[in-house]
Design a protein around this ligand. Structure first.
Ligand code: TXA
Ligand code: MG
Length: 315
């Protein structure tokens, strides 16, 4: 039986209702500054299991836990000095830290897929912050899209992908950053597990040392980083300099195109538009989305990472 998915306002009554649904083991999608997350009580096995079912997500792919503050995060993970430097510099914000899981924290083992580490972050979006405070516990939340599809940056994207499978969506408008958080592992020296909304140059500057890039061929470091991921319905052609028959062109910079990530060549604006424009071109019925080249610096790394996955052969 499909559920009725309530659309909640980000005001006190809406957030109280969302928190009550989480407490009852239900699923609530909510805005973060990166993308919308699909939240469940991270201590409740049944609720966490429902996230995997709603998204059709493989169980070996662990989830990020969202908490309201550094102090709360430290209950769940060991806290090396690099974690403290990065958390103080960038939390709340688009950074996830992967750290050794502390035993006895009470999280469902499904959250970590039985890994000895936990991915954790403090989101900056005021609606996410208020929901976490109102709920008063850790919230496990992957991006609120069916597994393998483009991440949602509006409540309407969440509705299109998950309506009937989750109890509620808190509508907080469009996400500012537009790509998922940067994931840094700190087990063997700082390692970039996923480029994202915080440029790795900023991480390196805060740590005063280089960050190792994780190799795409190492499935163990970031289990969810499968090559074909973030896929729109259309196929995707990268580094396009022209538009071929049957294609729609997603431009960057001063080019003639169907939609432009940023006509002025601004990478922050391009990241914020990336998933929204891919969703929109899909809705217009593009067979193939051709995309202009994007520079591989700052947020361009996260944009190119998502585009390479969108263009990869599908299973
Ligand atoms: O911005 C974001 O990070 C969003 C918002 C909702 O917070 N969340 C998000 O979650 O992108 P998800 O599940 O779509 O991506 C989380 C990634 C996956 O690739 C997963 O494999 C990886 O984090 N991950 C989770 N726990 C991990 C761990 N212990 N070690 C390594 N990678 C981990
Ligand atoms: Mg995701």
């Amino acid at each position: 039986m499909p559920l009725t998915t309530a659309l909640l306002s980000p005001d006190d009554p809406g957030l109280a209702r969302a928190a009550a649904i989480l407490s009852d083991g239900g699923l609530v999608a909510f805005p973060t500054e990166t993308v919308y997350g699909l939240g469940a009580d991270a201590r409740n096995d049944h609720a966490v299991a429902r996230i995997f079912d709603a998204k059709d997500r493989p169980r070996f792919n662990p989830l990020i836990v969202h908490v309201a503050s550094i102090e709360i995060a430290r209950r769940y993970v060991d806290w090396p000095v690099e974690a403290d430097i990065l958390a103080r510099a960038f939390w709340p914000g688009p950074l996830t830290l992967v750290l050794p899981l502390k035993p006895g924290g009470g999280l469902s083992p499904l959250v970590t897929a039985d890994l000895p580490t936990l991915a954790i972050r403090v989101p900056a979006h005021p609606v996410a912050q208020r929901l976490l405070t109102c709920f008063g516990g850790p919230v496990a939340a992957p991006s609120a899209n069916p597994s393998g599809r483009i991440s949602p940056t509006t409540a309407a994207h969440v509705q299109a992908g998950l309506s009937g499978r989750i109890e509620a969506i808190v509508d907080g408008g469009a996400c500012d950053v537009g790509v998922e958080s940067t994931i840094i592992g700190l087990s063997d020296g700082p390692t970039l597990l996923r480029p994202g909304g915080l440029p790795m140059e900023a991480v390196e500057a805060a740590l005063h040392r280089p960050v190792t890039r994780h190799s795409q061929d190492d499935p163990l470091t970031a289990p969810g980083q499968m090559l074909s991921h973030y896929a729109p319905g259309a196929s995707v052609r990268l580094n396009a300099t022209d538009k071929r028959p049957g294609e729609m062109l997603l431009g960057f910079g001063p080019v003639e195109c169907d939609l432009n990530l940023s006509a002025s060549g601004d990478l922050t604006e391009a990241a914020a538009n990336l998933f929204r424009h891919l969703h929109a071109l899909d809705e217009r019925g593009a067979g193939t989305i051709a995309v202009s080249a994007i520079p591989e610096t700052g947020l361009g790394r996260a944009i190119n990472d998502r585009l390479r996955r969108a263009a990869a052969p599908r299973p």
